[in-house]
Design a binder for this molecule. Structure first.
Ligand SMILES: Cc1ncc(COP(=O)(O)O)c(C=O)c1O
Length: 386
């Protein structure tokens, strides 16, 4: 075991120490953070569904009807009617043949990748894929080729080298620290990035989380029946883990219904994201080039990003600093997450506070484009862990 105290000291020294902050009450636009009221600008409750009365009621009713927990893994005795109904509704929403629920997005990604790619196969993974994908690659006995971020020529070159070996290409649709989660946010009615790109039916497996725009917890994989059957038989994170709690499944179902009945929520989110970008531009703050509700303000240095976060927080704006290893070295940032429930004036005030906080914390304003660390560094980390 490594020396715990010295690891913590080292993290503090490099501005990488993390601590848990405490929020009282639900995830709304305004929350009590460590006892103080703040505007919440880093929650993934994009559509305001986690604290929606109908979603909360659905969770409460499900707890009374099915109990608080599923009691076992799905294959043992934990597969309940509420799970099956949610799978059917998600499959229909995504236009897929079948759907398999998992405990979380992390478990869905790591379990699916490690189930599909086997010894002798090659996984092709984008350099900026989420940690849950990276860990899925680590768990698989396959070789991993990390291609440069969104570089299709590099990917194609890699595929040629694979020389007929079984190949699995894995990519986030919207990259978590630069863009963000697609279901509920992108595509007509929030149907996701694949629908937005007109690629329905072209992708073998679609993974989505229920923990962000859909305001609950858990995740799903949409695919063909045979692949779903395969995952139920082979995905260790499904087989060896307790099924999703019924209240979480019922809450996700209620959110899905609201999303389908009120697509204007998605439009409001987009308008709010545009309003925040405009307000930041008016303050002279440069932001990462994204179209989504996530607006990254790249600071670079981890300690400076943390300093900017604390300064904004002191003035009632909570925008978490995101540092390595979540993002590549040298690209620490404030990752702003807009919600449909923010008001325009809240967003304007946030932009003004953040502009001052960034000016005070970092000598220069953030750069427009993040400077991703080379994929080699990430590959090395994966190789080390293998
Ligand atoms: C891109 C991406 N993939 C996967 C996950 C994991 O999902 P979950 O929070 O449901 O475990 C997250 C966020 O946590 C994410 O941002």
């Amino acid at each position: 075991m490594s020396d715990v105290a010295s690891v913590l000291d080292e993290l503090r020294e490099h501005g990488l120490y993390r601590r848990l902050r405490l929020i009282s009450g639900p995830q709304g636009a305004r929350v009590l953070l460590d006892g103080r009221p703040v505007l919440l600008l880093c929650s993934n409750n994009y559509l305001g569904l986690a604290d929606h009365p109908r979603v909360r009621e659905a969770a409460a009713d499900a707890a009374m009807r099915w109990g608080a927990g599923a009691g076992a893994s799905r294959l043992v005795s934990g597969d309940m009617t509420v799970h099956r109904r949610l799978e059917e509704q998600l499959a229909e929403f995504k236009g897929a043949e079948a759907c398999v629920l998992f405990g979380s997005g992390y478990l869905a990604n790591s379990g699916t990748i490690s189930a599909l790619a086997r010894e002798g196969d090659v996984i092709f993974s984008d350099a900026l894929n989420h940690a849950s994908i990276v860990d899925g690659c680590r768990l698989a006995r396959a070789e991993t080729f990390v291609y440069d971020h969104c570089d299709m020529d590099h990917l194609e070159w890699g595929l040629q080298q694979a020389d007929g070996r079984g190949s699995l290409i894995v990519t986030d649709s919207v990259f978590s620290m630069d863009g963000e989660h697609a279901t509920g946010c992108l595509g007509a009615g929030g149907r996701g990035a694949v629908a937005a790109a007109g690629l329905d039916g072209e992708v073998d497996l679609l993974v989505g989380t229920l923990g962000k725009a859909l305001g609950s917890y858990g995740a799903y994989v949409c695919c063909e029946h045979e692949l779903a059957e395969y995952l139920v038989n082979r995905a260790r994170t499904l087989i060896f883990s307790t099924a999703l709690p019924p209240p979480a499944a019922a809450a996700a179902m209620a959110s899905l219904e609201i999303l389908q009945a009120q697509p204007e929520r998605v439009d409001k989110l987009r308008r709010n994201a545009r309003a925040l970008r405009d307000a930041l531009a008016a303050e002279g703050v440069e932001y990462g080039d994204t179209e989504t509700q996530i607006v990254p303000l790249i600071v670079g240095d981890a300690s400076e990003a943390m300093d900017a976060c604390e300064r904004a927080l002191a003035r009632g704006i909570f925008a978490q600093a995101i540092r390595p290893p979540t993002v590549p070295d040298g690209t620490s940032r404030l990752r702003l997450a807009v919600m449909a429930s923010h008001t325009r004036s809240e967003l304007r005030r946030a932009a003004s506070v953040l502009a001052e906080a960034l000016d005070a914390a970092a000598p220069r304003r953030p750069a427009t484009e993040p400077v991703p660390a080379g994929p080699r560094a990430i590959y090395d980390r994966m190789a080390e862990a293998a």
